[in-house]
Design a protein around this ligand. Structure first.
Ligand SMILES: NC(=O)c1ccc[n+]([C@@H]2O[C@H](COP(=O)([O-])OP(=O)(O)OC[C@H]3O[C@@H](n4cnc5c(N)ncnc54)[C@H](OP(=O)(O)O)[C@@H]3O)[C@@H](O)[C@H]2O)c1
Length: 259
């Protein structure tokens, strides 16, 4: 059975992601507010895409992506909580608010994803698709290799399903462990505000492997010398570290940034 995907929020992230997944063959429904013009977006999608009311879209779907401003993500999850029971819910959001610049404002639970899981206890919440810019939701291969998606969740079946959806849509899925790691996955974006890519034969992955890193790797858009952040995985543990490269292929110093 084809996985039915709802995207709540049809902005930079939701619009790009929905169009990408639709073109990959998934049936997609955008959950939008009344009066939203989705004509151009739907024209960029595959054949089975439509826009519905937010609750209608979530009700219809197997998997519900939340791609709304971080400041309203919890309100939206709360209003949809009964609808989300039993469904896979992907939290693409970051707890950023703007006060004369970006301010990191995580909820008391430590991450938006953990807070959403508390608000919607029947949902299988997964953190993911939040660590790269919206240009990669629109085109996962824009860096020349598939953008990596870090999936943190306590629901192994949900991560397995999303890994299949990710790979079919042109991303590379990385298991980021349990939901408690969502705070690290969210902080990755805050720490670097950069592009996540890897896989294939990239030098970054080679270096990461040499450092016994378990396949997860983040770096900046620029492949030159400099300090790069990386997500380090070991079993269920995940932490952010940084490495300084004198040249791209040779790790010079390694600094464990702690968990
Ligand atoms: N932009 C990025 O590069 C990027 C990258 C990674 C993660 N993120 C995260 O992804 C999320 C979305 O970012 P974005 O850049 O796509 O934002 P955006 O372009 O502003 O889009 C937000 C969407 O959410 C909708 N929305 C707002 N309030 C809503 C509500 N109460 N109920 C239902 N829908 C609502 C908006 O609809 P209206 O038009 O009706 O307001 C709009 O379609 C954020 O949490 C952000 O932190 C962004």
């Amino acid at each position: 059975m084809t996985t039915k995907i709802a995207i709540i929020g049809a902005g930079n992230v939701g619009g790009g992601l929905g169009a990408t997944m639709s073109r990959a063959g998934f049936p997609v429904r955008f959950g939008v507010r009344a009066g939203t013009d989705t004509k151009a977006l739907l024209e960029s999608c595959g054949k089975d895409a439509a826009a519905l009311d937010v609750t209608e879209a979530a009700t219809w779907a197997d998997v519900v992506f939340l791609a709304v401003p971080g400041s309203v993500a919890l309100d939206v999850a709360k209003s949809l909580a009964p609808t989300l029971a039993g469904k896979v819910v992907v939290d693409c959001n970051n707890p950023l608010v703007w006060k004369e610049g970006p301010v990191w404002n995580p909820p008391a639970e430590g991450s938006l994803a953990a807070a959403i899981a508390a608000i919607a206890p029947g949902a299988k919440v997964v953190k993911g698709w939040n660590t790269f810019g919206a240009e990669f939701h629109k085109n996962p291969s824009q860096a020349g290799v598939p953008a990596q998606v870090y999936l943190a969740s306590d629901h192994a079946d949900a991560k397995k399903l999303l890994a299949e959806v990710a790979e079919k849509s042109g991303f590379r899925a990385v298991d980021a462990g349990p939901l408690r790691n969502a705070s690290v996955v969210e902080n990755t974006l805050e720490g670097q505000r950069a592009v996540v890519f890897g896989g294939g034969s990239g030098a970054g992955l080679a270096a990461a492997k040499r450092l016994a890193v378990d396949g997860a790797w983040t770096n900046t858009r620029d492949k030159g010398a400099g300090t790069y952040q990386a997500l380090f995985c070991s079993g269920d543990d995940l932490w952010i570290g940084s490495e300084t490269f004198l040249e791209w292929t040779e790790p010079d110093t390694v600094t464990d940034g702690g968990r």
